[in-house]
Design a binder for this molecule. Structure first.
Ligand code: SF4
Ligand code: SF4
Length: 237
């Protein structure tokens, strides 16, 4: 019902399913019936997604947002017609951009995995109200989005410091941490949404969770190496 419900995931899923274009229709700005003004959120999200599309080599014109009231049926039809013409002129998804199908699938999957992280990093901008249409193009810049992906943060538990207290495991919102009593905890990088909760939750005297920016994450230690046989001294070495 509300364009504020549109999520980055919906748009990327549509492209992953092979659609050539995505049209988001929202109520006119400043005419939202609710205090939430979800259409501003949808606008910000679309502007960000366009830059992400450019980052992975897709034509950002494949995505468009337009605002109209429920009584403007002709305007809606005209806007959709114009969009369809634009997308037809661009051509089939990926093919027109000379991106191999498997490569495009891999790129869309990689971005989709990072959606929670992207929303955390850009939460303030995504929540803002962009009143000036002239500012749309530069609200998110290409450099900013390139940096977003080159400086992706990862979290890793240092096996030498982990005390198996289980605090991080209990707080992780997506059950990405494996461990138990007397067992060094390990983060499953495929499940981790990079929320940083474990980093904040690990007691400072242990300081076992490391934040890695843009670099490779050390491979997880084997099951056999995870058992902590005797009490470790707390505190950083
Ligand atoms: S960063 Fe968040 S999702 Fe990832 S392991 Fe830590 S708590 Fe879980
Ligand atoms: S909170 Fe820190 S010390 Fe405790 S299990 Fe997690 S990583 Fe290990």
């Amino acid at each position: 019902m509300c364009s504020g419900r549109v999520d980055l995931e919906f748009i990327l899923r549509a492209f992953s399913n092979g659609v050539d274009g995505v049209f988001v229709g929202g109520c006119r700005l400043n005419e939202c019936n609710y205090i939430t003004h979800g259409n501003y959120h949808a606008l910000n999200l679309v502007l960000l997604c366009k830059k992400i599309m450019a980052h992975i080599g897709l034509n950002p014109e494949r995505l468009r947002i337009e605002f109209m009231s429920g009584g403007e049926g002709i305007l809606f039809a005209n806007k959709v017609d114009a969009f369809v013409q634009t997308v037809r002129a661009i051509g089939p998804l990926g093919q027109a951009e000379a991106i191999d199908k498997d490569e495009l699938t891999a790129k869309l999957e990689a971005v989709t995995r990072l959606i929670p992280y992207i929303k955390i990093v850009k939460r303030e901008k995504l929540a803002s109200r962009l009143e000036n249409e002239d500012a749309y193009d530069d609200f998110f810049t290409g450099e900013e989005v390139d940096r977003l992906f080159s400086e992706v943060v990862s979290y890793h538990i240092d096996p030498e410091r982990c005390q198996a207290c289980m605090i991080c495991l209990r707080k992780c919102p997506v059950e990405a941490i494996a461990g138990g009593k007397k067992q060094v905890h390990v983060i499953d990088q495929d499940k981790c949404i990079k929320c940083g909760t474990c980093f904040d939750a690990c007691p400072p005297r242990f300081g076992a969770v490391e934040k890695i920016t843009g670099g490779p994450v050390p491979p997880p230690i084997s099951e056999e190496e995870r058992t902590i046989s005797k009490q470790r001294s707390s505190g950083k070495q």
